[in-house]
Each structure stands twice: as C-alpha cells, then as structure tokens.
Design a binder for this molecule. Structure first.
Ligand SMILES: Nc1ncnc2c1ncn2[C@@H]1O[C@H](COP(=O)(O)OP(=O)(O)OP(=O)(O)O)[C@@H](O)[C@H]1O
Ligand SMILES: [Mg+2]
Length: 241
C-alpha cells in the first residue's frame, strides 16, 4: 500500500499545534490546531494567503519558535525531550533553512555566510571553502563570493541564502518563499536544483505564493487563517512519492 510507510520514514509529525502571539494587549492565534505529517523524501509545498500562519509554522517546525500546545515529533522524537545541544545540532546539520528575510550576516561576504553552518559543524577551513564555493556555483553566484550582502541584489541574496541552506547537504530543506525575489528564469533554475536534491533523497518543504513554483512539489498543502484547509495526503488523493 502506497501510504503504509514505516514510522521511521516520518520526518515531521505535528499533532494539534497551536501558537498565539501576544503583542501588548493584543493576542493573535496564528496556528489553530495543525496536524501535519511529512515523510522522508517528500517534496511538499505550503500555499495560502498572507498572514495565514505559514512562516509561523515553518518557525515552529524549525524549532526557531515554540508552539504553545500540541505534539511535535522530529525524526520520531518529541522535541521537548531533546537537549538544547541536540536541538542546535539538528538545526544546524540536519535542516537547511531558507528564510523569507534571508538572514545573511552583513559583515561577512557571501562565501563566509555560506560557510557559517559548516564552521559550527566543525568542518575544516579548506573543505568548507570548497563546499561553499560548490554551493554558490550551484546557485549561479560563483563570481559573487567575495561580495557582502549589501553589494548584491535581492535575488542574489536569496540565492546566497539557498546556497547556505544546501551546503551541508541537510536531510531536510525548509524554504520560505525561496523564489520570492527571483525572475522566472532564476526561479525555475532554483526549483530545478531543489528537484534534483529531492531526487537524491532530500526532503523538501517550501512555502510559496506562486502556483508554478508549487507545481514542482508532489503535494500542495493549503493554509487559511491558521489552519490547513486542504492536504491531498489526508484526502488520500495522491501518491507523494
Ligand atoms: N512575532 C510576531 N508577533 C506578533 N504577531 C506575529 C508575529 N509573527 C507573525 N505574527 C502574526 O501572525 C499571523 C501569521 O503570520 P505569518 O508570518 O506566519 O504569516 P504568513 O502566512 O507567513 O504570511 P506571508 O505570506 O505574508 O509571509 C499574522 O497575522 C502576523 O501578523
Ligand atoms: Mg511568511
């Protein structure tokens, strides 16, 4: 049966996840009971209106922000059982993030930005420079390695953020609007790169507003007002592999 996978094939399992932001007296519930399962090797896209909670969900999945309620199993383990060190290691080495706001360090050039997760992972200088250059080359930025983020365009910053996410060859890539600042040709090149990584076994979860970007995914999860309003997996409608 196509949907009968082993438990260890599940990378992300969210059960009834809730998250409320409190700003002064105003509280806003951004996630209202999210149930979501992502299996190893999937290529899934999340779509939905602005403000519907997509980035909040990605931050919770990436352990950058905490849920208020619900269960979250990452690689079969409850994240509340993980020590701070284990969590930091998973975040750095097993998950590649492409943030909506890039999060590049302005004092470092693009190559040094791409190297940063490898510095934390304890990879030697020569190897990390080689890997950083290979990742920059893969996103078409080999000639821009010595430039600082403020010397390059929005699209180039975005590609540098993608290079940083893929350089350590993480098992899971999470990307929030990874093509939001790219023209359609660069968009398709980046999506082709993600598709190749996926074929090689990388699990990919991305957020996008663009239907032609989402079309690269085999599963499109639709978000609305803090809830999942459609998920083909739950309908049993597609084989995601
Ligand atoms: N740090 C925060 N403090 C308070 N409210 C927040 C915070 N982050 C997000 N929100 C609110 O939570 C809701 C969901 O925001 P989120 O950024 O997850 O939406 P999104 O679906 O990613 O939107 P977009 O498509 O515009 O990126 C919004 O109403 C937003 O204003
Ligand atoms: Mg967002």
């Amino acid at each position: 049966m196509q949907f009968e996978h082993q438990v260890q094939d599940i990378v992300i399992q969210l059960e009834d996840i809730w998250k409320t932001y409190q700003t002064g007296e105003v509280s806003l519930t951004a996630l209202k009971g999210i149930d979501l399962t992502i299996r190893r090797g999937e290529f899934a896209a999340i779509m939905g209106p602005s403000g519907s909670g997509k980035s909040t969900l990605m931050n919770v999945i990436g352990c950058l922000d905490q849920k208020d309620q619900g269960n979250y199993l990452l690689n079969g383990r409850s994240i509340s059982e993980l020590s701070a060190n284990e969590l930091a290691k998973i975040r750095n080495e097993e998950i590649g993030f492409v943030f909506q706001s890039f999060n590049l360090l302005s004092k470092l050039n693009l190559r040094e930005n791409v190297e940063l997760p490898m510095v934390y992972a304890g990879i030697g200088r020569k190897a990390r420079t080689e890997r950083a250059m290979a990742a920059l080359d893969a996103v078409g930025l080999a000639d821009w390695a010595r430039h600082k983020p403020n010397e390059v365009s929005g699209g180039q910053k975005q590609r540098a953020a993608i290079a940083r996410a893929i350089a350590l060859k993480p098992a899971l890539i999470m990307a929030d609007e990874p093509t939001g600042n790219l023209d359609s040709k660069s968009s398709h090149e980046i999506m082709q790169l993600f598709a190749t990584l996926n074929e090689e076994g990388t699990t990919i979860l991305l957020i996008t507003h663009e239907a032609d970007v989402a079309a690269y995914a085999r599963r499109i999860i639709r978000f609305g007002d803090g809830r999942i309003v459609d998920d083909p997996m739950k309908r049993g409608a597609v084989d995601v592999f």
